[in-house]
Design a protein around this ligand. Structure first.
Ligand SMILES: C[S@@+](CC[C@H](N)C(=O)[O-])C[C@H]1O[C@@H](n2cnc3c(N)ncnc32)[C@H](O)[C@@H]1O
Length: 318
């Protein structure tokens, strides 16, 4: 199994590429965009531009840019944070999020189990400016930790660093089956009732799922990943069914109010779905912001003033 670099070659049986047509349903074929029961999901605007693999990190960055304009603070946890393509730093989520302006995310917890990746993360940390354009100190904490996130996540959550009122986001950008379900559950359960849950960006390797499932030799890997004793049935499921089942479980087992699986295509013109980015949130504004981010991640960033003007229009009915 790959820990770094590109995953195994994608499964050619998954090929519902996007088409430029009138409605969201047609632009994103029904099977490619999975969410929970339609009646329970917040409505979002029609989507225009699909995201392709090279922009998956930009989607996360753009969403956090929007969110932080509203919250003015926040914590970013990245469980599998080393760069997928070390030679292409502009595709690296941790770097894009760290360097996004305004630098209002205050706490960063970046994990990777590979020493070379941790060295890259430490280098990235060292490159960050300590003062802003006016010479004022940037009040930020950036922690890089080496080890298995499935273990270290519990130390972070127990540490008391993520309070109930803190807006917190966790990127789970695993290559295939590295992120244990118990880790997802621990993040989901961290906040008390009535507080906003830690939001999740969970990457599912839809494009090479079948090949990866065939390559897994030990059941324990799938058992940890799936987190239930019916894990063996995953081998019989289609990648899109797995995505839909994860969406359902994030809602029904973990209690997230909105969960949507956003397709990430192979290339700009479409092709296979390589990933689903499953976004789980209980914040009422989040579904609109992620929809806007998906639509605009590859375009030039709007100014904070423009965003806040648009948000006032978009979000006033919520
Ligand atoms: C797909 S890459 C992450 C890509 C990154 N988000 C980016 O934007 O380029 C997955 C990373 O997870 C790391 N990793 C794999 N298993 C891990 C584990 N159990 N705990 C922490 N890191 C792990 C790998 O070393 C690799 O750096």
């Amino acid at each position: 199994m790959n820990g770094e670099g590109e995953g195994p070659r994608p499964d050619k049986s998954v090929d519902p590429g996007p088409k430029e047509t009138e409605s969201q349903g047609e632009l994103f074929p029904r099977d490619s965009f999975s969410s929970g029961p339609a009646a329970e999901e917040p409505k979002i605007k029609r989507l225009v531009y699909p995201i392709w693999t090279e922009n998956k990190a930009k989607l996360i960055e753009r969403y956090l840019y929007y969110f932080v304009l509203i919250t003015k603070h926040g914590t970013y946890i990245d469980g599998f944070a080393g760069p997928q393509k070390p030679g292409k730093p502009d595709l690296w989520a941790a770097k894009l999020v760290l360097e996004s302006e305004p630098r209002w995310l205050r706490h960063f917890y970046l994990f990777d189990r590979r020493r070379a990746q941790v060295a890259r993360l430490n280098h990235l940390k060292a490159e960050q400016p300590t003062t802003d354009a006016y010479g004022r100190l940037i009040n930020r904490e950036i922690r890089v930790e080496e080890g298995d996130f499935n273990v270290l996540v519990h130390d972070l959550l127990r540490s008391g660093r993520i309070s109930g009122t803190e807006a917190a986001f966790c990127l789970l950008d695993q290559t295939t089956f590295q992120c244990h379900w118990s880790t997802v559950k621990a993040l989901s359960d961290h906040k008390a009732e009535g507080e906003h849950k830690i939001e999740l960006f969970y990457f599912l390797a839809t494009g090479w799922m079948r090949r990866a499932l065939c390559a897994v030799k030990t059941g324990k890997i799938l058992e940890n990943w799936w987190g239930r004793n019916d894990w063996a049935k995953v081998r019989e499921m289609q990648p899109l069914e797995i995505s839909q089942e994860l969406v359902r479980r994030l809602k029904e087992e973990l209690g997230y109010e909105s969960v949507k699986a956003w397709p990430i295509y192979e290339r700009q013109s479409g092709g296979r779905i390589m990933y689903h980015m499953i976004h789980a949130t209980d914040h009422p504004h989040a579904p609109h912001l992620i929809s806007r981010a998906y639509d605009r991640a590859v375009q030039a960033k709007e100014s904070p003033e423009q965003c806040l003007f648009d948000f006032a229009e978009d979000l006033k009915e919520i």
